[in-house]
Ligand binder design. Structure first.
Ligand SMILES: [Zn+2]
Length: 244
């Protein structure tokens, strides 16, 4: 995807490379969701219709996922869940429920490794394929999209995605609810930043620590949805958003 903001970011990366700041360039390319330094990345959908894609990472989670699905149902919203393979093996019924409810389930790796997995394409490919297989068994079809763990992108990440025919997806705006609680202020701010075609990143799972952060996501998700609705946005799955 391209656009004025991504162009200026690409320019910043190019400038960093030109001035020899390779570390700056690599850091921007690895972490910034819009920079396609190492390979193609989808960070937003077409801007022609007032629709956004809500995405939830790190589930399915027995404490939060069904509650999030209930809130989505109240707002007649369909979302995309980037699932972790080992969570799917533990909570397959939740995954089937999400799929049957019209939500989209995609690949967020099997193990959510952020160590060596990210630096060896063959190892990462094996991990991704394992998640593909689990999801295919649960939903009847293999995923098309892959969101890397922690959004990190490097050459092995893109090589593994390419080999499996997966499209790498990041986000337009993140709730950052993996680190900070989703307060009413943050929910309103996130809704305010959304534009037509935005891909919004949240979490339904919580890999470490207690569930305080995720409780806040569940608590203030309705406010986020109401604010987005008030601004005239429809909620679509990623496939639907990107197809339009
Ligand atoms: Zn994650």
């Amino acid at each position: 995807m391209s656009g004025p903001e991504s162009s200026s970011l690409q320019a910043a990366v190019a400038s960093a490379v030109a001035t020899g700041s390779l570390l700056t360039a690599a850091t921007l390319g690895v972490f910034h969701p819009r920079v396609a330094l190492f390979g193609p990345v989808v960070w937003r959908g077409p801007t022609t219709r007032p629709a956004v894609a809500l995405t939830f990472d790190d589930g399915p989670d027995p404490r939060h996922t069904a509650r999030i699905a209930d809130i989505l149902e109240v707002h007649q919203a369909r979302a995309t869940f980037f699932c972790i393979g080992r969570q799917l093996e533990l909570h397959g019924a939740l995954a089937r429920f999400l799929h049957a409810s019209g939500h989209q389930l995609e690949n967020h790796t099997y193990s959510h490794g952020t160590g060596l997995d990210l630096f060896r394409a063959s190892r990462l490919q094996k991990d991704l394929r394992r998640c593909q297989d689990v999801l295919a068994q649960l939903t009847g079809s293999a995923p098309s999209y892959y969101r890397p763990a922690v959004g990190i992108r490097n050459p092995p990440v893109h090589a593994a995605a390419r080999d499996l025919g997966l499209t790498v997806v990041t986000w337009t705006h993140s709730a950052r609810d993996g680190v900070f609680p989703l307060t009413p202020h943050r929910a309103i701010a996130l809704a305010g930043r959304a534009r037509a075609g935005s891909i919004l990143a949240l979490h339904d799972g919580q890999l470490r620590g207690d569930s305080t952060l995720r409780e806040q996501t569940v608590r203030h998700l309705p406010l986020l949805l109401e604010q987005l609705k008030e601004r005239g946005f429809a909620f679509e799955t990623l496939s639907s958003l990107l197809r339009s």
